[in-house]
Design a protein around this ligand. Structure first.
Ligand SMILES: *[C@@H]1O[C@H](CO)[C@@H](O)[C@H](O)[C@H]1NC(C)=O
Ligand SMILES: CC(=O)N[C@H]1CO[C@H](CO)[C@@H](O)[C@@H]1O
Length: 415
């Protein structure tokens, strides 16, 4: 529920006491209208039931799922496949904790979700992709769609089959018409944005040779940086993910043939060998990476970073200095891509994570801009070869167009 609805809820509280039923109905109606205006339109879920026979299932053994809005007009042969994010489960204990949530079971997923931003069907909100076939693939494997463990431990019935989920969903979409695609874009946010990088070249191979195919990673460029205590925290987590899910065989061979597989979960070791065009959309102070890579709880036992992680405005000058160091590392890790004609880039200086999925950051009068260009235009220009957009923002706090995230005290950013 968006906050507008919470406000409405309290307004209607009084009325409800007297005219409970009609007030509740009116509330629901207004709330639905507000939600639709703010968040786009609702799209129903499709379960890929025949995947079960292939052993391509969520952590709990339920079928994978996606939401699809059919293309129309000149977009009927164009396909946008957007991969949902939701962190990773790096060991069996954590995967078991995910198993009975929407990130581990299609039984727990909402039957309708709002499509907005890059998934919007309105031309003025999403000028380059609005009439495409638009698919949001739900994330329920915890491995960025890379895992494939044959054995099932009867003691816990945990399935680690992300790679099979990827294949089964792609087969289903190809059958639904994607095999005739003329234009296609594989995108994703967070762990889905990482999956879009890891699967990009293989997605390209599934489609007709004369189709135009590119990939967009939104907040999926996770860098291999040390945490504030000097430890390789994120590298250890990725090592656990790749080991637990037996992902090595499904990571790009160009990387695994020259270095250890867990390092091939980091885009910085993968992107230079990709032959499909890639756009990297990322905040240099990505809020997930600041919270979980730079200053995870284990690296900050006294909680010095607690308020800073909730709201960048609360960071001390020494914390900001540390964050500028993180930005420098981030820019170093994308640096050599600046010269590649195969890559597009929108790296802004916001405290944000995932900027393509919601209208307020994708395209609105006040949405983030780089060089006066909003994200939707930068991505659209790059996709359609109108210009090769490649821009890096000046350091925080120079950018007044940011929509910086402010987290509630108990909010976790498992996007
Ligand atoms: C799983 O990972 C968590 C967090 O990293 C850790 O606390 C826990 O001990 C791990 N459990 C096992 C069984 O390795
Ligand atoms: C705990 C803390 O420092 N909170 C502050 C964060 O910043 C806002 C305004 O930027 C203050 O109102 C809070 O008190």
């Amino acid at each position: 529920m968006p906050c507008d609805c919470l406000l409405l809820e309290s307004l209607f509280c009084g009325f409800r006491m007297i005219y409970t039923r009609s007030a509740a109905l009116l509330y629901l109606l207004i709330c639905t209208l507000i939600t639709m205006k703010a968040n786009g339109f609702f799209v129903g879920i499709t379960y890929v039931e025949n995947s079960i026979a292939k052993g391509a299932v969520c952590l709990d053994g339920s079928p994978p799922a996606y939401h699809m809005d059919k293309g129309f007009g000149s977009g009927i042969n164009n396909w946008l496949v957007h991969l949902e994010g939701g962190g990773w489960c790096s060991n069996v204990t954590i995967c078991l904790a995910h198993k009975d949530t929407r990130h581990g079971s299609s039984k727990k997923m909402a039957k309708q979700i709002a499509f907005s931003g890059i998934l919007s069907n309105k031309e003025n909100f999403n000028p380059d992709f609005y009439n495409w076939n638009k698919i949001k693939v739900r994330y329920c494997d915890g491995s960025s769609f890379t895992g494939d463990v044959e054995a099932i431990d009867p003691a816990n019935n945990l399935y680690l089959r992300g790679e099979r989920v990827w294949q089964a969903v792609m087969e289903d979409l190809l059958e639904k018409g994607m095999k005739n695609a003329k234009y296609a874009l594989l995108s994703g946010c967070s762990s889905g944005g990482l999956a879009a990088i890891l699967h990009c070249d293989r997605f390209r191979e599934l489609l007709p040779v004369d189709a135009k195919v590119k990939c967009l990673s939104d907040a999926g460029y996770f860098i291999n940086a040390k945490d504030v205590s000097g430890k390789d925290h994120i590298q250890a987590i990725y090592n656990d993910v790749v080991t637990t899910h037996q992902s090595a065989k499904n990571l790009p061979v160009s990387c695994t043939s020259r270095t250890e597989p867990s390092l091939c979960f980091f885009p910085q070791n993968v992107v230079q060998d990709m032959y499909t065009q890639l756009f990297i959309l990322n905040a240099a102070y990505d809020s997930w990476q600041i919270k979980n890579t730079l200053a995870p709880g284990v690296a900050d036992p006294h909680g010095h970073w607690h308020y800073c992680k909730l709201d960048i405005k609360n960071c001390s000058s020494s914390q900001l200095q540390t964050m500028q160091g993180f930005r420098s590392e981030f820019l170093n890790s994308v640096g050599e891509l600046m010269s590649s004609s195969m890559k597009g880039m929108f790296i802004n200086s916001c405290y944000a994570h995932c900027q393509s999925e919601v209208q307020e950051t994708w395209l609105r009068a006040d949405s983030p801009v780089l060089d006066k260009t909003p994200i939707a235009k930068a991505v659209g220009d790059w996709y359609n070869d109108r210009s090769d957009f490649k821009k890096i923002d000046c350091p925080y706090p120079c950018d007044g167009s940011c929509h910086n995230r402010v987290f509630g005290p108990n909010e976790y950013s498992q996007v």
